[in-house]
Design a binder for this molecule. Structure first.
Ligand code: FES
Length: 310
């Protein structure tokens, strides 16, 4: 979809927000809290960003982008090239981090830019009159986006753990205090998410939710296997040094992708036979064990042949 870049706003050191408006006489598809859009940056370069605004009251898409100095180029492209007024192509919203609105209580834990999907969640929970709490960790106030939107709530805990004398977030304590039937959400750096998953291991299944915004994914580039594409009838060899996605694109197979590191879910393809070597952070452990889907941007194959439903 085409959108118009209406506003760029400084939110924190290295973090800008971008408001993308519908084109004249058009309406953007609605979204639920936790959703993201894929943003087309240049040919072959796309990135996923959580939607920040309250979908009930604002008819646009707002995203926030942290300029990752050591990133793979997406955030640098946006910070250095985007200008107010230009046309930006985006996907329809997708939601890999949906909120369970029936929860008795909602606990949100955010690290840095990971606060973004929590903002529409808070707006929705407030509208529903539900109880919630937010624990927001950043190095310091200057590097924490949207503090102004959350610090007015008594149930927000701000932890600026790069400042002298500040006690780090007691993640285990936060999780232990949550009622047994609460739903918990965590979005932040990989270390925080890994700790959250470990701490939540004994909580009821499906009550602890995570979203990666980037990951140190080890891409499967060992090659040495063949892809059999059931629908198109093609057979493609994946050579050493390339990902499954590289091989598919080189063979002219049109597969959607965005993050290219196994976190956004855009490149998911059904597996009909064979065993993938799962490297992503998107599928659940149960889904990985079932071997009925593979994220082609980062995963490989444990069998010499993998049959895909494309
Ligand atoms: S492109 Fe994002 S998971 Fe593969």
């Amino acid at each position: 979809m085409r959108t118009r870049l209406r506003t760029i706003r400084w939110e924190a050191d290295g973090i800008n927000s971008y408001i993308l408006e519908p084109m004249p006489d058009e309406v953007l598809p609605r979204f639920d809290p936790g959703a993201h859009i894929d943003v087309q940056l240049a040919s072959g370069l796309a990135r996923s960003y959580s939607l920040v605004n309250d979908p009930a009251t604002t008819p646009y898409y707002e995203i926030a982008v942290h300029h990752a100095i050591d990133g793979r180029g997406g955030s640098k492209h946006i910070h250095e090239n985007w200008r107010v007024g230009e046309i930006i192509e985006v996907s329809a919203p997708k939601n890999n981090f949906p909120m369970d609105e029936s929860a008795s209580h909602t606990v949100m834990i955010a690290g840095g830019i990971g606060v973004t999907p929590m903002l529409p969640m808070i707006a929705r929970l407030e509208a529903l009159g539900k109880t919630w709490e937010l624990h927001y960790v950043a190095a310091n106030r200057h590097r924490a986006a949207y503090v102004d939107r959350v610090e007015g709530y008594a149930q927000t805990e701000l932890v600026f753990d790069g400042e002298p004398g500040v006690v780090r977030l007691d993640l285990a304590g936060v999780v232990a205090k949550a009622p047994a039937d609460a739903h918990l959400y965590c979005c932040g750096p990989t270390g925080m998410l890994d700790a959250f998953v470990a701490i939540c291991a004994d909580r009821p299944k499906g009550h602890a939710h995570i979203e990666y915004f980037s990951a140190e994914t080890e891409l499967a580039v060992e090659g040495g296997y063949t892809l059999e594409l059931r629908k198109s009838g093609k057979t493609i060899a994946v050579e050493e040094g390339e990902t499954m996605l590289d091989a598919l694109l080189s063979a002219g197979v049109n597969v959607g992708f965005a993050c290219s590191e196994g976190v956004c879910g855009t490149c998911e393809v059904k597996v009909l036979a064979g065993v993938p070597d799962h490297r992503d952070h998107f599928l659940t452990e149960d889904e990985k064990a079932a071997n009925t889907a593979v994220m082609v941007c980062c995963s490989g194959s444990k069998t010499v042949n993998l049959v895909l439903d494309i």
